[in-house]
Ligand binder design. Sequence first.
Ligand SMILES: [Mn+2]
Length: 322
Amino acid sequence: MEHLFQKLNEIINAYDSFIIMGHKDPDLDSLGSSLGLCEIIESFGKKAYVFLNDKHLEKYNNNIRQTFDKMEKDVVCVNERSYKKIDGKTLVIITDTHIEERLEYPKLINEYDVVVLDHHIKNKKYIKDTIFTYMDSNLSSMSELITYYAEYVNIDLDNVIASVLLAGIEIDTNGFNLKTTSRTYEAASTLMEMGADSILKQELLKESKEDYLKRATHIGGSFMVTDNIAMCVINKTLTTKDLAEIAEELLNFEDVEASFVIGKLEDECIGISARSLGEIDVSEPMKKMGGGGHSSNAATQIKDKTLKEVKQEIIDIISKEI
Ligand SMILES: [Mn+2]
């Protein structure tokens, strides 16, 4: 990783100003890694801005609003209008996504040089025109990577930012379970040493009772397809993030070794999110259905089929393969 950080240092030294942008509907990993990067870049004596509409925080979820309420450090945000005032040689750094349509404001990448840093499985629609791209899908979260980077440049991150990064790791690993290595715990330990506050972290991770109950209803409707594979079919329009969260949560239940969650997405598309504790390879069935991923984390999207057809197809594949 030292090689990566050296490269990033070189890049930072070559620009004057930086706009850091995460994904649409940001989560604490996207936000935490953006804020962490901001602080790292400022330690180079450069100007860094987070692309986020902090004048209209109501359009973001509660965790993001809370972070801004608690933050004492001055982080300058820019939006669709104000970024135009940034001067000097400017670089856009994308974190926690590598897909143009997932960006908070996609137009920005046509105007500046771009760096992409991400930990998701590479999608066909990745951003091609960059000066540098780093993607590692074995990494738990962008928060983990940015923590190592802060350590590498030898800075002590702001307490609130360290707490957001810790929450980011916790969210992306579903409580230090998925994709967690000894390095993930090391990053968590570093963040605690930097002053991450576990009470604040818990505050940030709180969700609304409505969200919890919605998820619980879907989980209540799940069933076992085999003696260790759970499935949930949701006849409602959700986001891929909702599907993933339900699939991850199903892994917490007794006997469940793998989970498949099927639901409607926008644009008359059906999405499947699949998760496994590790023994069952869920990427094979997803590949057969036009998707992809890792053995423990995979997904697909299907057009021109009904929920019922997709459900039957996946059950057939599971009973043959697994
Ligand atoms: Mn992430």
